[in-house]
Design a protein around this ligand. Structure first.
Ligand code: NAD
Ligand code: MG
Length: 399
């Protein structure tokens, strides 16, 4: 094998859970990857430590005050990393000519604009930020097509689907003989909790995921299964499969990361230990393979794989996501915005766990569907839905 050129990597959301996994994979393969830029929202000290360890050319933080704090910390340690700030700084590093690969791992709709900037600049984009596709799927995929960007999913299920589809798949399930996508879900921490007990769920309970160790927002999304709803929408855009051809399958061991069911009855799956370093390493090295630091799958100790049908009455958020993608236009953006507001309120103890789906349902009922044809239209739908959702949260409260 010839030595590949070094990839200069931007990590948007470097202080998060996906960011940490990505930096681990990069550190294991220094002959292939170099860190070009690292970004964080408010965690100045954490970002400073990462900069001293990985020596990026740029670091980006939320605002000027945080940037000055970061500059002081870096200067004191003789670092030459240049500090930028705000949404503009994020977009600047995402489209910098010297950056080849951009890993989009900011949580929520806040990650949309820098991810889109990377796509429009024709980068290799490793997408963890599923909310970007939920909010603006059509726009995002159109931008990929017109810029020639290479979009690779690192959400574990979508990475598994990507690996289970034919090489050079053209987002046309008919042409590839694909019958269905089988999207696996762990079922989260409340798969078997009695329904009445869900009323008393705390943020600590919801964030204690049985398999994956993730950021707080996605942990709550996993507990409500909104995460899977968002992933249905994500898969719809990534692979061109209508939602009625995407079936959610609960698989508590999280070893089969998703499957593709073909018209001849073949089902192709990707398996592995539940560790985000696998899809990240896959996408970084694709079409080659590198070491991720994850141990080999031990099927003898796993022994059993279970599959269950999800109960929509237990997980109303899943049904809401199917409704939003069915309605189309800006409705998925409204769904996502209402969910972000409701989850933030739940994590702040301002909203009860079972009220999350109620807030989203009430917001969708009051949302007006527009065409999601421009960034302005989706951002406006996002802002409108947040306002409605905040009112709905205020009406309900913490119990
Ligand atoms: P996290 O909360 O651990 O990290 C989020 C990162 O985004 C942090 O670096 C934070 O500083 C930054 N950030 C937050 N708000 C921001 C804002 N407004 N502007 C700029 N930066 C901001 O989240 P995570 O678990 O790493 O998830 C990141 C994304 O990846 C999410 O979209 C999530 O759905 C997706 N994802 C995560 C996992 C996982 O295992 N954690 C798996 C699949 C997909
Ligand atoms: Mg996932």
């Amino acid at each position: 094998m010839s030595t590949p050129a070094i990839q200069n990597v931007v990590i948007l959301g470097a202080t998060g859970s996906v960011g940490a996994s990505a930096l681990d994979v990069i550190s294991r393969n220094p002959e292939r990857y170099s860190v070009f830029a690292l970004t964080a929202h408010h965690q100045v000290e954490r970002l400073a430590r990462l900069c001293l360890r990985h020596s990026p050319r740029y670091a980006v933080i939320a605002d000027e005050a945080a940037a000055n704090h970061l500059r002081r910390l870096l200067r004191a340690a003789f670092s030459t990393t240049e500090v930028l700030c705000g949404a503009q700084g994020l977009c600047e590093v995402a489209r910098a000519p010297a950056a080849g690969t951009v890993l989009a791992a900011i949580v929520g709709a806040a990650g949309l604009e820098p991810a889109l900037a990377a796509v429009r600049a024709g980068k290799k984009v490793l997408l963890a930020n599923k909310e970007a596709l939920v909010v603006s799927g059509q726009l995002f995929m159109d931008a990929v097509e017109s810029s020639g960007a290479c979009l690779l999913p690192i959400d574990s299920e979508h990475n598994a689907i990507f690996q289970s589809l034919p090489a050079h798949y053209q987002r046309d399930p008919e042409a590839a003989g694909v019958r269905r996508i089988l999207l696996t879900a762990s079922g989260g921490p409340f798969r078997n909790t009695p329904l009445q007990a869900l009323e008393a769920v705390t943020p600590e309970d919801a964030c204690a995921h049985p398999v994956w160790n993730m950021g707080r927002k996605i942990s709550v999304d996993s507990a409500t299964m909104m995460n899977k709803g968002l992933e249905v929408i994500e898969a719809r855009w990534l692979f061109g499969t209508p939602a009625n051809r995407i079936e959610v399958v609960i698989h508590p061991q999280s070893v089969v990361h998703s499957m593709v069911d073909y018209v001849d009855g073949s089902v192709i799956a990707q398996l592995g230990n539940p560790d985000m370093r696998i899809p990240i390493a896959h996408a970084l090295a694709w079409p080659e393979r590198v070491h991720s630091g994850v141990s080999a799958l031990d099927l003898f100790s796993i022994a059993t794989l279970n599959f269950e049908r999800p109960a929509f009455e237990r997980f109303p958020c899943l049904a809401l996501a199917y409704q939003a993608i069915e309605a189309g236009g800006t409705m998925p953006a409204a769904l996502n915005a209402a969910n972000e507001e409701a989850v933030a309120a739940f994590l702040d103890r301002r909203l009860g766990f079972c009220r999350i789906s109620e807030v989203i349902a009430a917001t969708l009922e009051r949302a007006e569907r527009d065409e999601a044809s421009t960034l302005e239209a989706v951002l406006e739908a996002d802002a409108r839905a947040r306002e409605v959702a905040r009112g709905e949260i205020g009406k309900r409260g913490p119990s």
